[in-house]
Design a binder for this molecule. Structure first.
Ligand SMILES: [Zn+2]
Length: 352
């Protein structure tokens, strides 16, 4: 059903998202923050594995949060594997096999949530000839999340991008390779490389995608704390160019970045690529890696965030969601404001 009928081939990379966007009036809504929502539902994430801890102890909470986002209007849900790494699980005493099974489980949970959502939003009707047809309100894609090496280190370096001189391109490729392979074979529709803090890591991903001939398309999403560069100071133009050059990459954008920088960052990305641009900023608060907590900044409120969405669309972005500290309410508001702009895409009924 749905997108699983698309044969994996090189053309998948270029057409999956184009087709998807065409069917949803040229834009799509991504989900919002996972960790905060898991905590709201009672999960204790005080652990280097962060939201991945729930894969082991409380997968039903992850299903719940995926469903909340689907109900709020998200059409792309991102798996709870951001901080799930084979190395991290092994450090917890799990075997290689168990670790890989947990990565797959993150995708299975999201696929299951999608099935539940489809099940509760599918209408049956008969045509004039008595043939049964089913209608779904909108297609949903499952994106397997891959966090940066810094997310695994859990020392805040995904927000500095500074891994030190000892970490080279091959360190990063060795670190990520098996996880990319496992998630590519998990049934996810795409791989979301998120919060990429420097150019080196983007290059590592591109080389893995090519060398392993990964047939699941990917998106690259960088983070910035100055509105011009990615967090380690590398030029966003250079980083987005790496994404543009890789034909396995179908979209490029920004996440986990204050909303006030997004407008300018979209304009920069547009200079170097014609691939769809995605943005899923954080709520405007800043993460303090030393204190390991979120602190209020001179950012914008939830309503202000949402009020920017149409401007981001005008300037060239086509996929919108939220990162840390955003909630189903944020996503509901984004869905609403976008549907007003282009004629209620979620009302359309099509057979998939
Ligand atoms: Zn974030």
């Amino acid at each position: 059903m749905g997108f699983k009928t698309v044969e994996p081939s090189s053309s998948t990379t270029t057409t999956l998202l184009d087709d998807f966007l065409k069917k949803s009036n040229g834009y799509a809504v991504i989900d919002g923050g996972l960790a905060t929502e898991l905590e709201r539902h009672g999960a204790n994430l005080n652990d280097p594995l962060w939201s991945a801890k729930c894969l082991i102890h409380s997968p039903q909470l992850i299903t719940r949060v995926h469903l909340d986002y689907l109900e709020a209007g998200a059409s792309i849900i991102i798996t709870a594997s951001y901080q799930a790494t084979i190395q991290g699980f092994e450090a917890k005493g799990l075997s290689r096999q168990e670790s890989e099974a947990l990565l797959k489980k993150s995708v299975e949970i999201a696929l299951e949530a999608r099935d539940i959502f489809y099940g509760s939003h599918t209408e049956r009707s008969s045509d004039d000839f008595g043939n049964e047809r089913t209608h779904q309100r909108r297609p949903v894609l499952v994106a397997a999340s891959i966090g940066s090496y810094g997310a695994y280190l859990a020392d805040g370096s995904e927000y500095s991008g500074d891994y030190g001189d000892a970490v080279t391109l091959s360190t990063l490729k060795d670190f990520h390779r098996r996880r990319v392979q496992v998630l590519a074979e998990s049934g996810a529709d795409l791989i979301a490389f998120e919060t990429i803090p420097n150019k080196l890591e983007a290059q590592a991903y591109s080389e893995i995608l090519e060398e392993e001939n990964i047939n699941v398309p990917a998106w690259y999403s960088f983070n910035s704390k100055d509105g011009v560069n990615v967090v380690n100071g590398d030029s966003l133009l250079d980083c987005a160019s790496v994404a543009d050059k890789c034909n396995k990459v179908l979209a490029v954008g920004i996440n986990c970045t204050p909303p006030r920088f997004i407008h300018g960052l979209i304009q920069l990305i547009k200079k170097v690529t014609s691939k769809p641009i995605l943005v899923y900023p954080n709520s405007g608060e800043m993460y303090d890696p030393d204190r390991k907590l979120w602190v209020q900044s001179a950012g914008v409120s939830d309503e202000d965030f949402v009020s920017h969405v149409n401007k981001w669309r005008e300037v060239g972005a086509s996929l919108f969601g939220g990162c840390c500290r955003t909630t189903p309410n944020t996503i509901r508001a984004i869905s609403k404001i976008l549907s007003k702009g282009s004629g209620a895409p979620f009302q359309q009924k099509e057979s998939y």
